[in-house]
Design a protein around this ligand. Structure first.
Ligand code: ADP
Length: 611
């Protein structure tokens, strides 16, 4: 499960709203400052212009008639009171060149009123002869009052004789500007509110598709690739959505491919005949397939709870991780070991990550028990054949040498020597014949001429063939089967005859003189049973399982003395199996042996046409 590493912060939506509002605020503020400044300047200029026009058109002309203002103060004051006070609403002071207030429309012109005048600009106007101006505030009854001071120089015959000081109350103008500012602020707040709402709505068109892509990405992270992001525009966000859909399809296909490969690999590993174990550098088993678990004798949970070394030690001490790592330093290493009655071949090598760093060891364990057995059998077979041939050859060689070396023997001795040579040659002949027969069976080269026959008839024929030697050897053949019965089977007559004769001759060979051999045949569950039981020497329990092996003989000397090759039962077994049947042997030492041949029976039909 992926952890969200992102801190909760402003969403893009709110960021867009904030940016919009900031831009609008900055724009309106700049415009506001600019307009307010212009407005203020406009009002002040118009006040100044009005006052200047008024003053220059009347009062200043009148005052310029006086050569000395202070000496005409009474007349000037009366002018102010009578006429000028009507044209000028502002505070008005006439100041002489000694900077004394000569006349005023204010009551106490020589007291507090004159003290509050800005004498600096008076001086400036008197000295420069230019209009001087200043802004200030004076304290009123409730609050301070903004004022504008204007000083006009008064000239008489070109010389500055005094000044006209006008103090204009600017409260009205300031109120107007304040109101304008308030209107501006209200307009700005409204604009910001509308901008916020619009920003919120507009930002949705940007953030909506991004949110959709984000949600889809979250779903993809959980493994759901089913949903598609809707592409609503061709802009960058639309392209992002389109690319995202492409990515989704590609990723989904790639993941499908990977999981397909993974399950294929898992299936191969699960069902592969060889064991596979992968161990990481910390000694933990990363993977072990079922064959490997069976070989190591562990359950799936053991793989998680135990280290590789703990598990493998029970199997083979040499296969611990460190030893393997050391042995495969130079590349793939291999060895064999035996455990639990099986032989295994192990091949192992280190495996690395993409940077070439060792990440563990991978090993393949192959069960080579059967192969080993086959190899052993082959070696034994060659040894056995050599031994079987060596004995008669040695005998033949020694008798021929005797015949050749010694002076002419009498006829009887020479004949007996030749008889021995003849019988040894026969034995070798039989042996070679049996070996060739086995070889043909092994290589599936034996030609079978299978046809439906009556096994009872075949048994009767076999008994007839063996009867003479049985009688000679003093063995009694006891046919239990009903000679009139019929047991039908599709078989190669010669092959099955060889099997029956072989079992019968074994029964005769390994039964003492006067012994009895019971021969029975019947059908049970669509299977033909041919049962040959003797009361002979029997087979020790430990040897019973081996009597079908090639060259196995319980008593080698006895078998050889009887002319046996040790291949009879092996050949018989193979012939019966070629017919889809089986052969069973039960025996008790000293009591006798029972051999049963089982063959698939064909359905019984009328006796006509049956051999
Ligand atoms: P052989 O040519 O030696 O008889 P077989 O393959 O026919 O070889 O039999 C293998 C061995 O099985 C014999 O050597 C013998 O020891 C034992 N055997 C086979 N049949 C009997 C039997 N009926 N009674 C006792 N031992 C038998």
């Amino acid at each position: 499960m992926a952890v969200n590493i992102f801190k909760k912060g402003l969403t893009i939506r709110w960021k867009i709203v904030l940016i919009y509002c900031t831009l609008v605020f900055v724009a309106i503020a700049i415009i506001g400052v600019f307009i307010m400044g212009s407005l203020e300047r406009y009002y002040i200029n118009s006040v100044r212009a009005n006052l200047t026009n008024t003053v220059q058109g009347g009062i200043l002309i009148s005052l310029s008639n006086y050569a000395d203002l202070s000496s005409n103060s009474a007349e000037i004051q009366s002018n102010i009171d009578s006429a000028w006070a009507r044209t000028i609403q502002e505070e008005l002071f006439v100041i002489d060149s000694g900077m004394r207030a000569v006349a005023s429309n204010m009551d106490n012109r020589e007291g507090t009123a004159i003290e509050s005048l800005d004498m600096e600009i008076v001086m400036k106007a008197l000295v420069s002869g230019e209009i001087a101006e200043s802004s200030d505030t004076i304290s009123g009854q409730d609050a301070s009052i903004p004022i504008m001071n204007l000083v006009f120089p008064v000239r008489h015959a070109g010389a500055v004789t005094g000044a006209l000081y006008i103090r204009a109350d600017m409260t009205g103008i300031h109120d107007t500007i304040d109101q304008s500012k308030q209107i501006f602020i209200n307009a700005m707040l409204l604009a910001l509110a509308i901008t916020s709402i619009m920003g919120f709505v507009i930002s949705k068109t940007i953030t909506g598709p991004i949110q959709e892509v984000t949600q889809e990405a979250a779903r993809m992270a959980k493994g759901d690739f089913s949903q598609e992001v809707s592409v609503k525009s061709g802009d960058e966000i639309g392209q992002l959505a389109w690319m995202f859909n492409e990515l989704r399809v590609q990723l989904s296909n790639t993941l499908l491919q990977i999981s397909g490969e993974k399950s294929k690999l898992e299936t191969i590993l699960r069902y592969m005949a060889d064991g596979l174990v992968a161990v990481d550098v910390s000694g933990r088993i990363i993977h072990a397939n079922q064959t490997a678990m069976r070989i190591m004798n562990v359950e799936a949970e053991d793989l998680e709870n135990k280290l590789y070394d703990e598990i493998i030690r029970d199997l083979k001490e040499d296969l611990v991780f460190d030893e393997l790592a050391e042995k495969c330093e130079g590349g793939v290493a291999a060895e064999t070991f035996s455990a639990g009655g099986s032989t295994y071949a192990v091949r192992y090598d280190r495996f690395k990550d993409e940077n070439g760093k060792d990440i563990g060891i991978i090993m393949i364990i192959q069960d080579i028990t059967e192969r080993q057995k086959m190899e052993d059998m082959q070696t034994d077979f060659v040894a056995n054949v050599s031994h079987e041939l060596k004995t008669p050859l040695t005998t033949i060689k020694s008798y021929t040498e005797t015949l050749l070396d010694s002076p002419i023997q009498d006829d009887e001795t020479a004949k007996s020597f030749l008889a021995i040579i003849d019988s040894e040659t026969d034995r070798m002949n039989r042996l070679v014949k049996d070996l060739l027969h086995l070889s043909r069976l092994d290589h599936k080269q034996e030609k079978w001429f299978k046809k439906e026959i009556n096994l009872i008839s075949l048994l009767k024929a076999c008994v007839k063939i063996i009867e003479f030697s049985a009688k000679t050897e003093n063995r009694h053949l006891n046919c239990i089967f009903n000679p009139e019965d019929e047991i039908r089977a599709v078989v190669d007559k010669d092959g099955i005859e060889q099997v029956i004769l072989n079992i019968l001759s074994n029964a005769i060979k390994y039964t003492k003189s006067g012994g009895r051999i019971d021969i029975d045949a019947f059908t049970n569950n669509k299977t033909a049973h041919i049962v040959i039981t003797d009361n002979g020497i029997g087979i020790p329990e430990s040897a019973i399982s081996r009597v079908f092996e090639r060259f196995f003989r319980v008593d080698k000397a006895r078998s050889r003395g009887m002319g046996g090759t040790g291949l009879g039962l092996a050949i018989s077994k193979q012939i019966v199996e070629e017919h889809g049947g089986s052969i069973e042997l039960q025996s008790r030492e000293g009591r006798g042996t029972k051999v049963t041949v089982l063959l698939p029976a064909a359905p019984t039909r009328g006796r006509r046409g049956i051999e």
